[in-house]
Design a protein. Sequence first.
Lengths: 103, 287, 112
Amino acid sequence: MASTIRVRAILSGEATEVQVLIQHPMDSGFVRDAKGEIIPPHFIRELTFEHDGKNVFVADWGTAIAKDPYVKFSFKGGNKGDDLKISWVDNKGETDTTTAKIQ
Amino acid sequence: MKARLAIHLASAALALAAVAFAAMPAIAADTPDPVADAKAFRNYFVTKFPDVKLEDFVNGPYSMNEDMRRQWEEKEQFPPYEFSLEMGKEMFARPFKNGRSYADCFPNQGIGIRQNYPYFDPGKGKVVTLELALNQCREANGEPSFSYVADEMAALTAYMAFTSRGKPFDIKIPDDPRALEAYQNGKRYFYTRRGQLNFSCATCHVQNPGERMRAEILAPALGILNAMPIYRSEWGGMGTISRRLTTCNSQIRGVPLEPQADEYRDLEYYLSYVSNGLPISGPGARP
Amino acid sequence: MNMTGSSITLRLSVLSLFFVLAIAGARPVQAAGSETDFRAAYAAAEAANTEAGRLRNQWTVTAEALAAAKKAADKGDFDHAIAVAKEAEALAKASIFQATSEQEAWKNLEIR
């Protein structure tokens, strides 16, 4: 199955700039469908970025994050060619993970 | 005596001239001159916004507001419409049950042709938009048509627009009175006030581009269709021209017409024509 | 019988008053709106909105008012239903006016 995670990690000087676009409905559980029934909550709970065995960025998310979330951040200590592992877990227990190389 | 005669003659001449001018047919406001219209249309915006490059008008609110542009340029590195665009590419390539595909319905296999839509079909005697053409293709191949305001049509038109990025709008009005009438209908629709709020399209997009409508920055009408279809943050997804036109209507408290109604197709024809020469930038991202 | 002028006048006034009251009494005096009145008001509003539809220029608020009028009538509150139905008719007529006047007025906004 195609990954839900699009990632770009670019080294610029000392800092690695990471951008991620995740395909996820991020349903808050407050919205009703066309029939008037509540669309059950379905959102990412935790998003983790791991580099060299350490978590460089962890996000604890809830219902306020919108559909197809986009994240951008920088961290120090990365080198070109290093692996960056990204994974998420949602409230239904579904997960996805991908590994990208720092460019 | 001579002076008096001269005066008489002069006034007679003037009177004659006045009669002659009055007898000239009044400039028929209803005989459309699309070439002149397009020139005046472009001129209006270029004069109103002298610091905006012509091709930048297609970026709508981002051409009007620096802060919005900054945020948009950042997002464009990793655009929110990527998923829909990919879906559109897959859909376009997938054959119908009868083995044929979209490529068989369109010139150049459907690649890089978006800038030629809408066009006037003399056989059918009406304006054909890209959305209409896609459903016509599906029906001709035994497939059910897509809703004009849902995700599938948005994804397909997004992909087709993407293959035309950078190409200038090239809308043609053939020498056919019906085509001119369609063009004129579209123009009339654009300037007609409607809805309880009594707005015309021009009220926002001609009189107030760059100004705020609640929290939104209004886009200029010049180039406004070039970025379609658009991924709107408000929608959390990609939406077609049909979706935008119908929702614009309801936002001003006018009951929307059916998607792809004559009025909407004619409107698209007019708006695309007066933006001839400006590059396709779709699919776009908007707030 | 000999009647004075004033007594004749009095008799005439009493007679006219009697006739006026009789005529008034011929129709039931309505203290509140009736279902019949609502139906008439709603029909008028609907007809106007249909005409606006023919002109391809209906307003969303007209449809909302019609729905609200019907809802009030279903509850038996005919006074309110009639009032809202009349509002719906006014909105529909305004949308007709808009459509017809815009047939010429649009030219005022045109970029030339």
